[in-house]
Write a protein that binds this ligand. Sequence first.
Ligand code: C2O
Length: 498
Amino acid sequence: GITRHYTLEIKMQNVTRLCHTKSLVSVNGQFPGPKLIAREGDQVLIKVVNQVSNNISIHWHGIRQLRSGWADGPAYITQCPIQTGQSYVYNYTIVGQRGTLWYHAHISWLRSTVYGPLIILPKRGVPYPFAKPHKEVPMIFGEWFNADPEAIIRQATQTGGGPNVSDAYTINGLPGPLYNCSAKDTFRLRVKPGKTYLLRLINAALNDELFFSIANHTVTVVEADAIYVKPFETDTILIAPGQTTNVLLKTKSSYPSASFFMTARPYVTGQGTFDNSTVAGILEYEPPKQTKDAHSRTSIKNLQLFKPILPALNDTNFATNNISFIMPTKALLQSHYSGQSHGVYSPKFPWSPIVPFNYTGTPPNNTMVSNGTNLMVLPYNTSVELVMQDTSILGAESHPLHLHGFNFFVVGQGFGNFDPNKDPKNFNLVDPIERNTVGVPSGGWAAIRFLADNPGVWFMHCHLEVHTSWGLRMAWLVLDGDKPDQKLLPPPADLPKC
Ligand code: C2O
């Protein structure tokens, strides 16, 4: 690999959408931010310069950050924020990953305007596992708020009643012709007939899962969260905040000068969309030949289980295992590295819910929540199975849970109450999808496995921004291994101070 240098200047910029002009926090004066490109194996040095009055930090969503946790970005987890007038060089090497990822601000709600695509090409000379596309097109979905993000977060966290919905959804920052005063702000993709286009879809929306489709066309999914998948064809893509999906679009020869809508709309799991009274059948063909992602570092079969744990995702008080995570005022990674955790965090995370969890569809009995900054501590190379159960007291939404610093295997998903005796028998331990953000269904559960082979402090949270703010977040502390190459590297000299 080579070394690539980027500079991202965080600065205010006037932007007009929906006939409403506001001064927003931008990257290099662009909204959304510029596309960053690197190859697998490259080292990237990204200097972030803060020229606004807000504190800032940037997260490289989905980058594994092997031993480079100092460059992960979530404010107060791996670093103190970059203050006004200061800068910080995010320095990491991209190991064993290629595909579509993205970057975004990871402090307050600044990611509503500070985000952009992070494209990782395969190593030079290494082809895609599918035919080379004619053209590659990043399409990043976002939300446009006429109001200031600080006003929205205040409203959402103080009323507790949910945030005001955004004024528009956007593709590459553009709301498109279905909104008033917006026809000129439309994302247009010019295509030739009979060619294949690789669309790199990213959901950067703050609070909504989205359905994406293209009228009269199907697409073939080839990658999710920067991991190749067994290709499959579909006419609709469901993409949760934080997730990325690469699809191939084959244009037809029969549509000269025709145009079709490409749409993304929000997803709300309403009562009756799926519930326990819906009968479903499964048509089961022989599985296709497995296209194992040869670059994947961990094989599902290597995971020897350490201990299943069960954080309940309590959405009355937005907590994991009845702990509502309080953001520290010092960065956790620094506190850990310097051995000064006292008064910053507790290394005791409750293994199992304080009150046994029972999902019955009526409000469960474990709504007592306490506050704390509790880390789940893992020895190096622990194999973890994590079952995330949504208690769904408030109903409606599923939770896209994102884990920093890892990819994980999604070995099971289901509706209702997870049954530790029955459900694991149906886990897919053969060819589960691997990703960094998984949707935990409303009133249901998702089981993931990962290998804790990356020392550091790693944030895990719901990627619905309002749920993160309300406390649906936690952090893992992965300890150093014994060998020299199993240890977190020392912090860079320019690491911001709190
Ligand atoms: Cu994309 Cu912690 O987030």
